[in-house]
Design a protein. Structure first.
Length: 208
């Protein structure tokens, strides 16, 4: 079973899964000793307290490794049947209440980034999408904003990248209130040197 494109965890996550969950428990077994029962026994030996998501990552890495081995003719089969894949129950989303949103807006009133919570609640943007916004993405005439970049923090270094999927790139209509908050933010940005008369796509000119 291969991993879906776009859903693979980072390679450092793979390495942790291998070093902590696979090699210590089944690293001494040969490929021909691995069967469905061996995989099932291995999964049961992984402590429950680490969580199903970590178990799932370890299983997917093991499955990916066997599939890779089969393509290279190192292994003749994969014992990682999809029926053994640990299930992860998505956490139930608890949305903010109107009262909670009102308190958040009150708390950020007058802050230099007051516009961001208003924008976040209005368009439902992810944190990385908010931090990746640039002024040219805003269509002031039509009152829309284009979500087409996201900020990534990798080992303390911030980079701006295009979202992995085209569906993540979208144009969203803004309310008059949000547009007004963004205009106020832009005025502050000019004084901070974070916006220019000619809006460019340089990272220094991000909305934040």
């Amino acid at each position: 079973m291969g991993l879906p494109i776009g859903s693979r965890p980072p390679w450092d996550g793979y390495r942790r899964a291998s070093d902590q969950r696979i090699l210590p428990l089944i690293g001494s077994l040969k490929c021909e000793q691995m069967d469905l029962l061996a995989v099932e026994d291995w999964l049961q030996k992984i402590p429950d307290e680490i969580g199903q998501q970590t178990k799932q990552m370890a299983f997917e890495f093991l499955s990916y490794s066997f599939n890779y081995g089969m393509k290279r003719r190192i292994a003749t089969f994969t014992p990682c049947d999809s029926s053994l894949r640990p299930n992860v129950t998505p956490a139930e989303i608890q949305p903010f209440t109107d009262a909670e949103i009102a308190r958040i807006f009150k708390h950020v009133e007058g802050h230099r980034l007051e516009a961001l919570p208003h924008l976040a609640f209005w368009i439902g943007a992810r944190q990385g999408e908010l931090w990746g916004l640039q002024w040219h993405a805003i269509d002031w005439t039509n009152g829309t904003i284009r979500i087409e970049r996201q900020a990534k923090d990798y080992k303390g270094k911030i980079t701006i990248k295009t979202p992995k999927t085209k569906s993540s790139q979208r144009t969203v209509a803004l309310s008059l209130l949000v547009v007004d908050k963004l205009r106020n933010r832009q005025k502050i940005a000019f004084t901070e040197g974070l916006a220019q008369a000619e809006i460019s796509s340089s990272p220094v000119n991000r909305v934040t």
